[in-house]
Design a protein around this ligand. Structure first.
Ligand code: DGT
Ligand code: CA
Ligand code: CA
Length: 571
């Protein structure tokens, strides 16, 4: 069994949350929170460190007591102390902490005063206007909580792509190890690289399907076997992720892959096209006059109905069938073409590494350049840079650039757009930077008109080049703020600016649909990780997936340019 750093961090966060709800001094729970934060940003696998016998107690904020708990978690998959603590609370109490605006302090009041122990109970209490009557809560907050519970319900039990990914990869590796297994692919929304995944749909071919299914249900980490047949099975993993495995015949593999990759509406459109041509499509193949004329590969399935091969990311019924027929499908951008990362943080604001550490890590990724975009100083940002600090940073970047070979560091800042559209730092310092990226970090609740005007005004500043995480959404947690997208796209192109596709797995902002529309309006993009530590530079792939789902090509993405061309473009 391997326990990921994210899972270990989550155990410590739950400890801290429950202790705080029980009424412990936050001072006492701080050790757990600090440890959780360290572990999330560690960049090294704790399970592996423990197994290799490394001394993890030397890691800052860990120490001997937390180290012992980590060893217990790695060895048993759980922390007995947390399980014990959980017994004295309703089982779904911690779910309410996922709602924006509810932290342990408020959860404690909601639990003690109204016995709220689940999201459902929270929603009902908000609907009955019981929450606004509590001390420390307002009517506005009650409305916000109500909205939050609706959003959580709408998302249902979906998993972030990045959360499903390690499970998908581990399962694929496991199944391929079985000697009778031939082809194995994780299909469904996962193969389409959708930002959230409902369940995993795995397809396989095997000489002995029944044996492969038996082997599958022996996978370590299964909580429940829902069904176990001769050619298919459904299981639930410990993480609550559902996995379907289907074994098919080799001559039907392409047809099944097409069927189970979806999306459903994409498949239906293909089926109708086939029918209009006097053919029939199903998960076994493409049939004409009762004879199978295609089915072993996806390419021959598409060819059979007169279409070019359509990449899985495009299969959402957003015009891909017509584009495939007319041979004008986009040549989707590839991660290998990304030459730099234009959004990341360091010690200068809320990042965990130094400028040099970020640069060296980026160099290992094969990048030509990075932009260091620490936060500007502003109310909503804990440790932002004022003008003086920004100048100190620029001087340090000059020093590092002079020494470091093989990568260039662009002087930049993630500049706060204030409520009225003015900016957190004066032009006198912005003009000395190589690049300015701007962002909204507060006043999410403005009307669409005000929010749009605010952002457009910021884009008019001659130094602002990229609007980062353009809609501010957090998947499953926070809705996008209200912006008139058409006006935004126009503002972006009119001012020679660009939009970001933020690669943080929870953001993926702009999303696929808006990215496609923006492209159609002439907008170009930067795909950036918004890293707060060196390990997160790996998030780039998620941004590229979202860009591909948005039909973006290499020419639409400015960080595929060489440094020289990029600098020219940025002026
Ligand atoms: P998810 O799991 O909710 O993230 O989304 P998908 O796309 O993975 O959907 P899922 O797991 O329900 O089904 C996997 C694929 O199977 C789906 O993308 C298309 C195919 N499929 C499922 N039901 C139908 C159906 O009724 N008709 C057709 N044509 N295809 C279907
Ligand atoms: Ca699925
Ligand atoms: Ca499924």
């Amino acid at each position: 069994m391997t326990v990921s750093n994210a899972e270990i961090a989550s155990i410590f966060t739950q400890m801290a949350d429950l202790l705080e709800i029980r009424g412990e001094d936050p001072f006492r729970t701080r050790a757990y929170r600090n440890a959780a934060r360290t572990i999330e940003n560690l960049g090294k696998d704790l399970s592996k460190m423990v197994e290799a016998g490394e001394d993890i107690s030397k890691i800052p904020t860990i120490g001997e007591r937390i180290a012992n708990k980590i060893r217990e978690i790695v060895q048993t998959g759980r922390l007995a102390k947390l399980e014990y603590l959980k017994h004295s609370f309703p089982p779904h109490l911690l779910d309410i902490l996922k709602i924006e605006g509810i932290g342990p302090k408020r959860a404690k009041i909601l639990y003690q005063e109204l016995h709220i122990g689940s999201l459902d109970a929270l929603r009902k209490a908000a609907e009955a206007h019981k929450i606004s009557q509590l001390r420390g809560f307002s009517e506005k907050m009650e409305q916000k909580i109500l909205k939050g519970t609706m959003l959580a319900k709408k998302e249902g039990k979906r998993f972030l792509y990045s959360v499903a990914e390690p499970h998908a990869e581990a399962l694929e590796t496991y199944l391929k190890k079985f000697s009778g297994a031939e082809q194995v692919t994780v299909a469904g929304s996962f193969r389409r690289r959708k930002e959230t995944v409902g369940d995993l749909d795995i397809l396989a071919t095997s000489k002995d399907p029944a044996k492969l299914i038996d082997y599958f249900v022996d996978y370590p980490g299964i909580k429940e076997i829902v069904s176990h047949g001769d050619t298919r099975s459904t299981v639930i993993l410990n993480s609550d992720l559902q996995v379907d495995l289907r074994c098919v015949q080799a001559e039907s593999y392409g047809a099944a892959l097409h069927y189970f990759t979806g999306s459903k509406s994409h498949n239906i459109a293909v089926r109708i096209m086939a029918r209009d041509m006097g053919m029939k499509v199903n998960e076994y193949g493409l049939f004409k006059d009762g004879k199978r004329i295609a089915g072993a590969t996806e390419a021959e399935m598409y060819e059979g109905v007169g279409l070019r091969y359509i990449e899985p990311e495009l299969r959402e019924s957003r015009g891909e069938h017509t584009a495939a027929r007319e041979n004008r499908l986009p040549k989707l951008v590839k991660q290998t073409r990304i030459r730099g990362d234009l959004h990341m943080h360091t010690h200068y604001s809320d990042g965990h590494n130094s400028i040099e550490e970020m640069a060296l890590a980026a160099k290992e990724h094969g990048y030509e350049y990075i932009a260091i975009t620490d936060h500007s100083k502003h109310m909503s940002i804990v440790r932002g840079m004022d003008e003086k600090r920004a100048r100190e940073q620029m001087a340090e970047i000059d020093r590092i650039n002079a020494e470091l070979k093989g990568i260039s560091i662009l002087k930049s800042v993630e500049l706060d757009i204030l409520e009225d559209g003015s900016l957190a730092l004066p032009d006198s310092v912005l003009k000395e930077m190589d690049l300015v990226v701007a962002a909204v970090h507060d006043h999410f609740g403005l009307t669409q008109k005000m929010q749009t005007r605010r952002i457009l005004k910021a884009l008019e500043n001659p130094y602002v080049k990229i609007l980062v995480h353009p809609t501010g959404r957090l998947i499953g947690e926070r809705e996008p703020y209200k912006v008139n997208m058409k006006q935004l796209f126009k503002g972006v192109t009119d001012n020679g600016c660009f939009l970001e596709i933020n690669a943080q797995p929870k953001r993926l902002d702009l999303n696929d649909i808006y990215a496609k529309r923006a492209k159609e309006a002439g907008v170009r993009f930067a795909i950036s990780t918004d890293s707060h530590n060196a390990a997160s530079l790996d998030y780039m792939k998620y941004g590229v997936y979202q860009a591909r789902r948005g039909w973006l090509e290499e020419k639409d993405v400015i960080n595929t340019l060489s440094l020289l061309k990029l600098k020219k473009l940025l002026g």
